[in-house]
Design a protein around this ligand. Structure first.
Ligand code: SF4
Length: 350
């Protein structure tokens, strides 16, 4: 029987594993101790979990794995961002990015799938096609491994964005499980409010996510204000066009203190003019929206170009004047393989 990934259980589920397993039963309080080792001390060696009885340590070793994923490679940027490449037991790879924001704030950008079905034309991950969904444990481990590697104490609040490889709403089961585990108070204690699901805009799945009422934040990769360009950039727009997405966003349960984030990838000469800015303002009318402008980060072979700083700033100024919140995402990690899928690509061709 294959071993279960120890990072795939909420504390309540872990209690069940200990109390109800047919081999040997252990008291429920042991789950809290195991959680403490895994998520506070970042200890993944069961034999070193000293306050657990030997019998339990052996039970864990025989039935669970804590090393289903390992860091295969990492690249550090001069601005402190670090890109991690993880390798799974079946020898597949996926990426996560550690971003150092202002004032000692950290954001972790997590993957939800190996490859992706959505097929955005600007995305390197899309080029390799879809391989498989990440499991809950494989997703959670990204956070544990980065916190451990960066020496970030367990109780330090960090932000999570599900914006790495894959479309998170295409793997909602694992994403949901990951959100629950990350928010466990005896574990990493990252509240759902600090976790943002970023989607390419699969309208019926936005509805499904809203119905789950997980308390997470929502980000939409909009990138264009007319369907023709959006379909060119994101073919999924043929199935769910801009209006269908906006209609769904209007009914999504949003935390009163938060906004729906609209990601807008600025591409030179394509969507970076004031005409586009005007349309964007009209489109987001009466939505509690925040726009995040992102410089396109060109990779080898890409047909798109990075826009000028002046154009991006003029775009932002226009939105601000019209009363829309707007930020420009700092281009973190420009000197590393920061675009989604680049580090994996390098590993595959080594
Ligand atoms: S940008 Fe995101 S949704 Fe689009 S293909 Fe790449 S990984 Fe998938």
């Amino acid at each position: 029987m294959s071993k279960k990934n120890i990072y795939s259980f909420t504390q309540e589920e872990l209690i069940k594993e200990l109390v109800e397993n047919p081999i040997k039963q252990f008291p429920s309080f042991r789950a809290k101790q195991i959680y403490h080792w895994l998520y506070t001390k970042y200890e993944d060696d069961f034999s070193k979990m000293e306050n657990l009885p030997k019998e339990l340590r052996e039970f864990l070793k025989d039935n669970y794995t804590s090393n289903a994923v390992e860091i295969a490679r990492k690249e550090e940027s001069s601005d402190g961002s670090v890109k991690y490449l993880f390798k799974t037991l079946d020898n597949l790879t996926y990426e996560a990015v550690f971003l150092k924001m202002k004032e000692d704030k950290f954001t972790f950008c997590l993957s939800s799938q190996i490859g992706c079905k959505v097929g955005c034309s600007f995305c390197l991950t899309a080029k390799g096609g879809f391989v498989r969904n990440l499991s809950i444990g494989e997703m959670v481990y990204q956070v544990v491994a980065i916190k451990k590697d960066q020496n970030i104490p367990s109780n330090k609040a960090v932000n999570i964005v599900y914006m790495g490889m894959g479309e998170p709403l295409d793997n909602l089961e694992s994403v949901k499980g990951c959100i629950s585990i990350l928010s466990e108070l005896d574990g990493l204690s990252i509240s759902a409010r600090r976790q943002t699901i970023s989607t390419s805009g699969i309208a019926p799945k936005i509805k499904k996510l809203g119905a789950l009422n997980l308390g997470v934040q929502l980000a939409i990769s909009l990138h264009a204000v007319d369907d023709k360009l959006r379909t060119e950039l994101m073919p999924i727009n043929k199935a769910y066009n801009i209006q269908a997405i906006i209609d769904e966003v209007r009914t999504f349960p949003i935390d009163s203190r938060k906004h729906v984030m609209f990601e807008y990838l600025m591409i030179d000469g394509l969507n970076d003019g004031l005409e586009s800015a005007k349309k964007l303002v009209a489109l987001l009318n009466k939505i509690k929206a925040k726009v995040n402008l992102i410089y396109f980060n060109p990779h080898e072979g890409s047909i798109y170009k990075r826009p000028s700083k002046e154009k991006v700033e003029a775009f932002r100024e226009f939105l601000l004047k019209k009363g829309l919140l707007c930020t420009i995402r700092e281009s973190k990690g420009l000197d590393i393989s920061a675009a989604c899928g680049q580090l994996r690509e390098k590993e595959l061709h080594n």
